[in-house]
Design a binder for this molecule. Structure first.
Ligand code: GLA
Length: 708
């Protein structure tokens, strides 16, 4: 069946993905309305699901609050609007007038896009709804393009990417994450309350506190079973998603850029393209939904997902700001002995940066610590067989810096008001073209002159006192333009330096979303490197984002943040669930630790293709009484990796075998560590008792290969 069809009888547009269908139509009033989203439908079946827009049942009801593709502010609509417009005369509202429909198919026929065009019946404002479906994913991408075609400014008080409607279900449950610095991605799974539930960031960035994705189910889905509808927004600035459960028992959500009170001003003739809001309906429980998202991110969001990510070393926890050529070289030599492939110098290599109080913005190597620049270190790292990376924070400035002394007007600020510092820094106004160009200029030179292979791009505070008194509407415009210019600098850098790989970081996982991942290669998951805390953080992170981007370091104990000590092996196994890195002070590692570390790095290299490119299954709860695991299975089922973890065992507590997932029945697999051969049916239906060392914080890595 074609990816997109239109019914001649009902006008229903039917969008097909491999396992699901999405149906919509333009109703009698001209408004785009939802018809269905679920398992595959034929056009004839979809036609029967059309519910004509009836008259409201009484004078207190308007149009249903859930069920339109982009509910507008206007007419008798009383739900949260996806589109809210203020015209030059101060009036508001939007009345749908259809202005065209078209389908564009990709040359190879593996994706298709539906564009429904509308205009307001009164003012010259056009709205195009875009839908993209592909033949290799059930993820549907939606976005909206708004164009002011008259001679006046139009303010988009709300310009969401899309509204998503759920089918009528007996109950609704919402899964999402909350968090804070060093405690990101806390998975919440709670009954959806009646009314409106707002998930948002007002910080100008994605934030540690919430992440712009949702999963909804009827309250009965499990990790392995049940239908889950989920959405994810590809945006790295302030955002808002309003999930709604109406008095008449329906549920849906609308989401897009900006928090309440911000707006997108459109000058005459200007256009605003919203970021993509991606949606997925998946069977197979939360695990099935996650695997579908992981595959989508690897295939359609990341640029280099097919590459094997290197094992990296990062100096931050070892040295803090105490960075110099000799010290870095000593660490690099030890890192190379461990088998590290990419050496990253963190904060402290530039300007007067000896603490977080000064130097941010002055991006030349500190003459007292790198008298010959970064060249000698970069060369030495390369001679040791590693690639070379550096930490940068291009959007920020310390007031105690040459940059700020030269350009105090470059920071976001409201004239006459305080400039509140967080971590002693202010935010550069990336919405300004000259500021973004300045950042591109020094980054381009840094990468070229020092042969930099990798940037850890940090952003260490939220936006505050956000003002831009330059252009008309600057105070409103900056919320989106800042992010567009940030994306522009990243895109230009990657185009100019095809070998460059970038890690997104914002005090850990404060800026992880589908928008930034389209411009970077991996994400620093959290500044919390405690391996036990990480099990939970990684569980939440992996709901949407794949292990291929989840950067994780092995650091020293007692952990700098939590004071907890767990075995080196446990720390390695926790980090091996993503992109393994080392962040400990190697100068203080004993010969025995270096030898154990080298063996664990070598083991990771043998199995990392499964972590980085395989399918992930989550087994058990990380903080439960028994053993929990993360499992990765090769796409062809030929190999599997199990990373198993146990906290503090209690004598006499039941030993429940781990039932593995994703292995085809009737096959045999050999444990490459012990040589033992297992039947896949026994592994998946009866389970395996992984042999864990005794004592607290025990872990195991099991690699299984199919026996021919
Ligand atoms: C942030 C990052 C850390 C480190 C410091 C350096 O907190 O998340 O990993 O790079 O900045 O200042």
């Amino acid at each position: 069946m074609p990816l997109i069809t239109r019914s001649p009888d009902t006008g229903v547009w039917l969008l097909n993905t491999p396992r699901t269908s999405y149906a919509l139509r333009i109703d009698e009033s001209g408004a785009p309305c939802h018809v269905a989203w679920g398992p595959r439908l034929t056009p004839a079946e979809a036609d029967t699901l059309v519910v004509p827009a009836g008259e409201p049942s009484d004078s207190f009801e308007g149009r249903p609050a859930v069920g339109e593709e982009l509910p507008v502010d206007g007419g008798t609509r009383y739900g949260p609007p996806s589109l809210q417009v203020r015209y030059a005369d101060g009036s508001r509202a939007f009345e749908w007038e259809p202005a065209g429909q078209r389908v564009e198919e990709s040359a190879r026929g593996n994706s298709a896009e539906l564009v429904l065009s509308f205009r307001d019946r009164v003012f010259p404002l056009s709205v195009d709804l875009h839908y993209r479906v592909r033949s290799d994913t059930d993820v549907i991408e939606r976005w909206t393009v708004l164009r002011s075609e008259g001679g006046h400014r139009v303010d988009l008080l709300r310009a969401d990417s899309a509204a998503w409607t759920l089918p009528p279900l007996p109950d609704y449950r919402l899964s999402h994450v909350t968090g804070q610095w060093s405690a990101e991605s806390r998975l919440r799974r709670e009954r959806l309350p009646h009314g409106e539930t707002v998930l948002t960031s007002r910080r100008g960035t994605t934030s540690h506190h919430a992440n712009p994705w949702t999963m909804l189910d009827d309250g009965t889905a499990t990790e392995d079973r049940g239908r889950v509808w989920s959405t994810a927004l590809a945006w790295s600035g302030s955002w808002r998603i309003t999930v709604q459960r109406t008095p008449d028992g329906r549920a849906g959500l609308t989401g897009g850029v900006g928090h309440e009170g911000t707006c997108v001003p459109l000058g005459p003739g200007e256009e605003f393209t919203t970021p993509v809001s991606a949606g997925l309906c998946a069977d197979g429980g939360f695990g099935g939904a996650s695997r579908a998202w992981h595959a989508y991110v690897r295939t359609h969001v990341l640029r280099h997902a097919e590459e094997t990510a290197p094992v990296l070393y990062n100096s931050w926890e070892a040295t803090g700001f105490d960075v110099d050529e000799a010290g870095q070289l000593a660490l690099a030599e030890r890192a190379a002995r461990l088998g590290v492939e990419l050496y990253v110098v963190d904060d402290g290599w530039f300007g007067a940066r000896r603490s977080d109080r000064a130097g941010l913005g002055d991006w030349t190597p500190a003459p007292d610590r790198f008298p010959r620049g970064l060249g000698p270190l970069s060369d030495a790292v390369r001679r040791l067989g590693m690639r070379f990376g550096v930490w940068v924070e291009p959007e920020m400035v310390n007031p105690d810096s040459d940059l700020y002394r030269a350009h105090p007007d470059w920071v976001l600020h409201l004239p006459g008001r305080a400039r509140t510092e967080l971590r002693n820094q202010l935010v550069l106004n990336f919405a300004r073209r000259d500021v973004a160009d300045w950042a591109y200029g020094w980054l381009d030179r840094l990468v070229a002159e020092h042969r930099v292979d990798f940037l850890k791009w940090d952003m260490n505070r939220a936006i505050g006192e956000a003002g831009w008194s330059g252009p008309e509407g600057g105070n409103d415009l900056l919320w989106t333009r800042y992010v567009h210019h940030l994306y522009g600098v990243l895109d230009r850098l990657r185009d100019a330096h095809p070998h460059l790989r970038i890690e997104t970081c914002s005090g850990g996982g404060g800026r992880v979303d589908l928008g930034i991942l389209a411009r970077t290669d991996q994400a620093w998951t959290s500044d919390n490197t405690d391996a036990v805390d990480r099990l939970g953080i990684q569980r939440g992170f992996g709901q949407i984002y794949p292990a291929r981007v989840m950067s994780a370091w092995v650091t020293d104990v007692p952990n700098q943040l939590t004071g907890l000590s767990v075995p080196l092996r446990f720390r390695f196994h926790a980090a091996a669930a993503g992109l393994l890195g080392i962040g400990g002070d190697l100068a203080r590692w004993s010969e025995a630790e270096l030898a154990e570390g080298a063996a664990l790095v070598a083991r990771y290299k043998e199995v990392r293709h499964l972590v980085q490119h395989g399918e992930q299954y989550r087994i058990g709860e990380p903080y439960g009484e028994g053993v929990s695991a993360v499992q990765y299975v090769a796409a062809d089922g030929a190999e599997a990796l199990v990373l198993a973890f146990r906290g503090s065992p209690r004598h006499g507590s039941p030993r429940v075998p781990l039932r593995l997932r994703g292995l085809p029945p009737g096959l045999r697999y050999r444990d490459t560590g012990t040589g033992a051969v297992h039947h896949s049916t026994v592994l998946t239906e009866y389970g395996l008792d992984p042999e864990l060392p005794s004592g607290d914080w025990a872990s195991a890595l099991l690699h299984l290969e199919r026996v021919p």
